[in-house]
Design a protein around this ligand. Structure first.
Ligand code: BTN
Length: 326
């Protein structure tokens, strides 16, 4: 009902909407309208009220609240069940809980801020207000061995949205870092629950530095990370970016389910920011140095170490400044 009251307030931009009119259309009391207005104010909406004129929406907060996201969402299932939190330890942890409780495919958990955000390889992920920190539950009927392919699905979806939204050449560093001019703009953490022969669910955790001030990052990270706000020179609508991300994720996920990994990998290669480069690669077996020559059919990186082609299934590319938010 709060969302419906907000829709009424938005229906007359810059002007007044009568409280009695809202109450009549929604078949609620004027006191109920007032209570919803108070709740919206508590969320950061600036709403003026004038006797005999009604309510006027003066400012919409930059919050990724359900009202803001669901209104323009074009997806069939991604984000349709939307769990919003001002603060969480980690959206991936909460998404795993709701997945176990039976949340439908596409359920999305978002937090304005994370107090214990997690990155790949056991690292922590700095998640202040202003970023987009969210996790999506997927339930593909696949063997767990194919789960790493979803990393590429999410990376391709993200890079397409960032490119079209920002109009700049964002690239992907293997396997799933969003990069711009050597600096990290965001990353993906996929976690799996399954048995040997089936996936119960996947949690696709996405972190994007959107309206984050570079000064908000710990000193050790500054220089290696960048935000959408810095690239654009202005803050952008996080709800819109999230809507587009969810739409692209759903589109590429359906392509992957219907056509397999090949089209996803082909798109990933078009957007890659690492093939052809000489790199150091940190792997569980130690550090390797070589030229990244290709991605194998299953997503492994092929590194030419000078005469020998090594297959790297998991690891971290060290290619200069932009090595992460850890
Ligand atoms: C990386 O190391 O590059 C992956 C970072 C993934 C961070 C996101 S933020 C939302 C979700 N919740 C977490 O705790 N981590 C992921």
């Amino acid at each position: 009902m709060k969302a419906a009251v907000l829709e009424h307030l938005k229906s007359n931009p810059g002007g007044y909407v009568s409280g009695g009119g809202i109450a009549r259309t929604l078949a609620i009391s004027r006191t109920a309208v007032w209570k919803h207005v108070c709740a919206l104010r508590a969320e950061g909406y600036r709403i003026e009220s004038r006797t005999r004129r009604g309510y006027r929406l003066q400012e919409v907060p930059d919050l990724v609240v359900p009202e803001a996201v669901l209104a323009g969402l074009t997806t069939r299932f991604c984000g349709r069940s939307y769990h919003y939190h001002p603060i969480l330890a980690s959206t991936n942890d909460r998404a795993k809980e709701v997945a176990w409780e039976g949340a439908p495919e596409g359920t999305t958990v978002l937090a304005e801020e994370q107090s214990g955000g997690r990155g790949r390889l056991g690292r922590s992920w700095h998640s202040p207000r202003g970023g987009l920190w969210f996790s999506v539950v997927l339930r593909p009927k696949m063997l767990p061995a194919r789960a790493p392919e979803v990393t590429f699905v999410a990376a391709v979806a993200g890079v397409e949205v960032l490119r079209s939204y920002l109009g700049v050449e964002v690239g992907i560093k293997w396997p799933n870092d969003f990069m711009w001019q050597g600096k990290k703009l965001g990353g993906i953490l996929i976690e799996l629950s399954g048995e040997l022969d089936r996936i119960n669910h996947l949690v696709v955790g996405i972190g994007l530095n959107v309206n984050v001030d570079p000064g908000d990052f710990p000193t050790a990270l500054q220089g290696g990370v960048i935000s959408v706000q810095e690239i654009c020179g202005r803050s952008v609508s996080r709800s819109e970016l999230l809507q587009q991300f969810l739409a692209a994720l759903e589109r590429w996920y359906l392509v992957w389910l219907a056509e397999g990994f090949a089209p996803v990998l082909a798109a990933w290669k078009r957007y890659n920011a690492c093939l052809g480069c000489y790199l150091r690669v940190s792997t569980p077996e130690g550090e390797l140095v070589g030229r990244a020559v290709d991605i194998d059919h299953d997503g492994a990186l092929l590194l030419d170490t000078g005469g020998e082609i090594r297959r790297i299934v998991t690891g971290e590319l060290l290619m200069g400044a932009g090595d992460g938010n850890e």
